[in-house]
Design a protein around this ligand. Structure first.
Ligand SMILES: Cc1cc2nc3c(=O)[nH]c(=O)nc-3n(C[C@H](O)[C@H](O)[C@H](O)COP(=O)(O)OP(=O)(O)OC[C@H]3O[C@@H](n4cnc5c(N)ncnc54)[C@H](O)[C@@H]3O)c2cc1C
Length: 242
């Protein structure tokens, strides 16, 4: 078992800074792949040995296959006190690591470092029982899944943008009324259309705290819309995957 200590380190938002940033980090540990769980044809969960890795729900880690220079960031999907670490990964067409991981042999040791990031719930707001609205597209639901499972009394709504209904990953992990799938390429179970259409149709909740995660187009569009609707920038938090 590896007993490397982990610490929370300053994140970077700029990908071009990645090389110098990661080369300054020394906290790399080896973690065994315990399982690969396919959820759809292209999306799967990588289950990793946790050892003594600790994180706050919403944070991400950096994963690399030893000997291959392919470090990539992945938000943590599992809850803080789970005995393993789950990552929810979408196989990207022409991608490298997301393709290779899908077929990796169980038992392979990969390198992980972290946790990183400040896309987390704030203790003060949790104590005040604030209402949270989590807006995600695709695997951008990962940090919210961890937040919800780690905080059983959380008052929240998840608005999940997906192309097909089958991409409502682990929807049963959320109370039915708190999870709304917005399906864009077939008739939706909850809502047909994009998350921005859903927000426009349902209106914003002025006193809620918004967390948005996914591709940059959606994150910019939703945060711009929320600001126009009068949500304070202080109450709009974002994480961009690509
Ligand atoms: C903070 C952070 C957290 C992340 N968390 C997750 C996560 O939980 N799950 C996850 O699947 N990915 C996540 N990513 C994206 C991940 O780091 C990789 O970019 C992704 O897996 C593609 O890697 P690759 O080596 O297969 O493709 P690459 O060869 O690195 O990239 C190929 C192309 O695919 C684009 N791309 C990256 N992700 C996607 C996507 N989901 N859909 C379509 N195009 C994409 C890239 O911008 C690039 O143009 C996260 C990224 C960041 C910055």
């Amino acid at each position: 078992m590896n007993h490397t200590q982990f610490s929370v380190t300053q994140p970077t938002k700029l990908r071009h800074k990645k090389k110098s940033y990661y080369s300054r980090m020394k906290k790399i540990a080896h973690s065994k792949i315990l399982d690969i769980i396919n959820l759809t044809e292209s999306t799967y969960i990588v289950r990793l040995e946790k050892n003594n890795f600790e994180f706050k729900a919403g944070q991400y880690l950096v994963l690399n296959i030893p000997g291959e220079n392919m470090a990539r960031e992945y938000s943590i999907y599992s809850k803080e006190d789970a005995p393993y670490i789950d990552l929810l990964i979408k196989e990207v067409t022409n991608g490298k690591l997301s393709k290779e991981l899908k077929y990796i042999k169980i038992g392979t040791k990969v390198e992980i470092s972290g946790p990183f990031g400040f896309f987390i719930l704030r203790d003060r707001e949790l104590n005040l029982a604030n209402h949270f609205i989590f807006v995600a597209t695709g695997t951008g639901i990962s940090p919210f899944h961890s937040m919800v499972l780690s905080n059983p009394r959380l008052d929240f709504e998840v608005i999940h943008g997906i192309k097909y209904n089958a991409e409502a990953y682990d929807a049963t992990d959320y109370p039915t009324d708190n999870y709304k799938a917005c399906t864009s390429q077939e008739r939706g179970v909850n809502f047909s259309g994009r998350v921005t259409n859903y927000l426009r149709e349902k209106g914003v909740r002025k006193n809620s705290i918004y967390y948005i995660c996914g591709n940059s187009g959606m994150v910019n569009e939703v945060s711009g819309y929320l600001e126009l609707e009068g949500i304070s920038p202080e109450n709009i938090r974002t994480e961009v995957f690509f």
